[in-house]
Design a protein around this ligand. Structure first.
Ligand SMILES: CC(C)(COP(=O)(O)OP(=O)(O)OC[C@H]1O[C@@H](n2cnc3c(N)ncnc32)[C@H](O)[C@@H]1OP(=O)(O)O)[C@@H](O)C(=O)NCCC(=O)NCCS
Length: 205
């Protein structure tokens, strides 16, 4: 009788755990074996014109030693990779003391999974992990109405110059966020990215 009770309890637990896991989206660090799936997310999300270029950028960045330490995260739902975000190391030249800084580039969500909060979850988890590991500021060049939802503010007016000049009409797209109090107030200078991301073609519209 007692045995049967525990067997039923165990079966119920397994049943509910499977259902719950199906609905919960997880965010975790990527593994090397997932590179193909990650590149495919970027190809699909950025479309046929920009997709191949962005997928190559991600592939190159993952092998760029000057981009380390980097943070590569995936969103997983029902055992399928549905989104990817990459942060890589940058330097700020001209500061009095070295500043631990990173840049968010790129971020992509599978087209059928967009506008469900996955992008913002990836950004928040990335920023949390970066803060935990001592990053002080994070930069991004992207949609000026999207990234401010996650705490980014225009970087130019805070005294941070992009690696290449940003045309006036896109100035708001160059953004920064501090993860450590007053890191923005205390510092300014020109941002230098890793070897791969420092190529001028990644800084054109
Ligand atoms: C941009 C992108 C990463 C957003 O991720 P997402 O998971 O779809 O977005 P979220 O669910 O976190 O946020 C949804 C909100 O952001 C808005 N949003 C989505 N894409 C946007 C964009 N390109 N510009 C401005 N706002 C955008 C949506 O309208 C929605 O607004 P609402 O909450 O007022 O309805 C995703 O749409 C994507 O992969 N796009 C193609 C690749 C790309 O442009 N990457 C970013 C390069 S900077």
């Amino acid at each position: 009788m007692v045995y049967r009770f525990f067997a039923v309890l165990f079966t119920l637990k397994l049943f509910f755990r499977t259902i719950i896991e199906d609905y919960i989206m997880k965010i975790r660090k990527t593994t090397e074996s997932e590179t193909r799936a990650i590149l495919s997310i970027h190809s699909q999300a950025f479309g046929t014109v920009k997709g191949p270029e962005i997928a190559k950028l991600v592939s190159d960045l993952l092998g760029d030693e000057t981009a380390f330490p980097l943070l590569s995260l995936v969103a997983v739902h029902k055992n399928k990779l549905i989104g990817h975000i990459l942060f890589t190391k940058v330097e700020i030249t001209g500061t009095e003391h070295p500043v631990a800084a990173q840049i968010l580039a790129p971020l992509a969500i599978l087209p059928e999974e967009q506008t469900r909060g996955v992008g913002q979850k990836l950004i928040h988890e990335g920023l949390r992990l970066l803060k935990e590991s001592g990053t002080e500021v994070v930069f991004v060049l992207g949609h000026p109405t999207y990234y401010p939802r996650c705490g980014f503010i225009p970087a130019g007016e805070q005294g941070f110059e992009a690696p290449y000049p940003i045309p006036e009409e896109y100035a708001e797209a160059w953004m920064v966020q501090e993860l450590v109090g007053s890191a923005i107030d205390k510092n300014s200078g020109k941002v230098r990215c890793s070897k791969v991301l420092d190529e001028p073609q990644h800084w054109r519209e």
